[in-house]
Write a new protein. Structure first.
Length: 198
């Protein structure tokens, strides 16, 4: 009988209705294939560890789920441009058969236990350089703590804010994002601070 983490039960209680049977099936298959896994939460998402090392994890989003192995050799290769090893999982039919999924879990577990080095992810193209918009620059300069925090961040964290502000399609959305960015920055928070603290 697997040991279930109540935090994962709580997570499953919050996912969209379409995602629940998908994540329950993934959870069942991981435990069936590898009875020694331990459930945990990492980055606010359900994960499974083996011998204290990450084996795989799953997530639910608004319109799809994702599942991925940490040791990719011997597991699915993943789909180009998609998160996880099975791309966008929108229904149970997007998953491999139970037999195939369990085979992949066993293969990933064997790789992990063998101590093989983690497979290197393919290189991503560099992120484009984004210019500081005038409205965001004016809002930052009006709050000294926000400006100082932004200036102290590495380029990647600055990019996260710039991208978030610039991708807003409506002016009202953009104004709200700028106000939220200034508030978070004045508290020294990065754009993705909610996920970094867990």
């Amino acid at each position: 009988m697997p040991t279930l983490d109540p935090r994962i039960d709580a997570y499953l209680a919050t996912v969209p209705a379409f995602a629940l049977p998908i994540l329950q099936r993934l959870r069942e298959d991981v435990h069936a294939a590898c009875p020694d896994v331990v459930e945990t939460l990492k980055w606010s998402r359900p994960h499974f560890t083996l011998d204290g090392k990450l084996l795989c994890g799953m997530s639910a989003f608004k319109a799809h789920c994702a599942f991925g192995f940490w040791e990719r050799e011997g597991a699915a290769a993943g789909k180009a441009g998609a998160m996880g090893d099975f791309g966008r999982i929108e229904t149970l039919t997007d998953l491999p058969s139970r037999t195939e999924l369990r085979r992949q879990v066993k293969a990933a577990a064997a790789l992990l236990q063998a101590g093989a080095p983690r497979a290197r992810k393919p290189d991503r193209p560099p992120r484009p350089t984004l210019a500081m918009p005038d409205d965001f620059a004016a809002a930052l300069s009006a709050v000294q703590a926000a400006q100082q925090a932004y200036d102290a961040f590495p380029p990647g964290k600055q990019h996260d804010y710039l991208d978030w502000v610039q991708e807003a399609k409506r002016e009202e959305t953009r104004a709200k994002r700028i106000a939220q960015a200034v508030e978070w920055l004045s508290e020294g928070k990065s754009r993705n601070w909610k996920y970094e603290s867990r």
